[in-house]
Design a protein around this ligand. Structure first.
Ligand code: ADP
Length: 357
């Protein structure tokens, strides 16, 4: 967004790019790095054509390599002292804090992780074990701040967790599966909502931690039963946060939405069953509509004329309608592999992320 005329709300959509380290498989196959970063810019080069180089600029960039020249496996890492190693706490500091800040001020906040399967979406959102990602860190700090604020206000936290697979909604906090999935309804006042979705009141972080654990298990089992991969579904964690101020009885309400999106890789048609094909196009439908919505919002924020924001095109964009646009703050994290073998997908992720600026 640098260099453009500043207009109000231009910070309503922020885009971050995070490159993960090489996987063992990439190292073993002698993969080379096709990405380099310099402060806000990301450069990608075509491994088949050294002259094809593209540079993109983003609000935030995260580099995950600890060395600058060659790492211990001899993989060449472009030298760039400006791109420092970024760990989970750095990402939380920049992105998670902003989300919490919005929520406390009564604005809806949305965090989306986009990228091909294996690019680091779950790592950034959930993390692994003690190496916690944004979701646990945001929830943990929300309650830490609530503890400090108690006495001034009565906080209420309601938690929900769902999965969108094939444009069907599954409640990840409920063991009973609604045939055909839960339905999206529209209310004049509330906008779109999921009928019958479980909302669990939470009083501390431990409760949320447990719910996320349960929900993740249900998600894994469900995808195993369907002989599918959870990388084909979107996972949405939503928190309704209400503050009731004790002195004035005024209230502030906001929602925090955190989405681990389905893998963005194109579904190959060869050898696919009819089901897989339909599923593939539907996974992409949500991702495409999301891209269209965010891009329209970004244009709007830049003062461009936008006639229509296509929220109604997919389940995901319907559910996020009140959390994208208006006074809401949205952050898109684009997750990237550094490896040459992922070049095509990485380039397509960068293009998607660029549209959101
Ligand atoms: P996705 O959710 O996009 O399919 P994952 O989050 O599962 O991808 O990441 C794939 C692998 O890469 C995991 O083993 C994960 O631990 C590792 N990984 C991803 N991002 C990072 C990172 N920033 N730092 C260290 N390891 C990472």
């Amino acid at each position: 967004k640098m260099g453009r005329v500043p207009v109000p709300r231009s910070d309503s959509v922020r885009v971050a790019v995070r490159v993960r380290p090489f996987s063992q498989r990439e190292k073993n196959s002698g993969s080379q790095c096709v990405i380099s970063m310099h402060s806000g810019s990301v450069t990608i080069r075509d491994p088949k054509n050294e002259e094809r180089v593209k540079t993109f600029t983003f609000d935030l960039t995260y580099w995950s390599h600890d060395g600058f020249q060659k790492d211990e496996d001899g993989v060449l890492i472009p030298s760039d002292p400006a791109s420092k190693f970024a760990g989970q706490s750095d990402v939380f500091h920049d992105i998670g804090r902003g989300i919490l800040d919005s929520a406390w001020r009564g604005y809806n906040a949305t965090l989306l992780a986009y990228g091909q399967t294996g690019s680091g979406k779950s790592y950034s959102m959930t993390g692994f074990g003690t190496d916690k990602g944004l979701i646990p860190r945001v929830c943990e700090e929300l309650f830490q701040t609530i503890e400090k604020q108690k006495g001034n206000l009565e906080p209420q936290v309601m938690f929900s967790m769902l999965e969108i697979y094939n444009e069907q909604i599954r409640d990840l906090l409920s063991r009973t599966k609604a045939p055909g999935g839960l339905r999206v309804r529209e209310d004049q006042q509330l906008g779109f909502f999921v009928e019958g979705l479980k909302w669990v009141p939470c009083e501390n972080y431990a409760q949320i931690e447990k719910l996320v654990e349960q929900g993740s298990k249900i998600r894994m089992t469900a995808s195993t039963n369907m002989n599918a991969s959870s990388s084909r579904s979107h996972m949405l964690i939503a928190i309704q946060f209400k503050q009731v101020f004790l002195d004035t009885a005024l209230t502030k309400q906001s929602s925090i939405n955190m989405v681990d999106l389905a893998g963005s890789e194109r579904q190959r048609s060869s050898g696919s069953e009819g089901d897989r094909l339909r599923e593939g196009s539907r996974v992409n439908l949500s991702l495409t509509s999301l891209g269209n919505v965010i891009s329209a919002l970004a244009d709007l924020a830049m003062g461009k004329k936008v006639l229509h924001i296509p929220y109604r095109d997919s389940v995901l964009t319907k559910l996020l309608q009140s959390a994208l646009g208006g006074n809401s703050r949205t952050t898109l994290i684009a997750a990237l592999s550094p490896a040459d073998i992922c070049y095509e997908e990485t380039l397509s992720t960068l293009r998607y992320a660029e549209r959101a600026k």
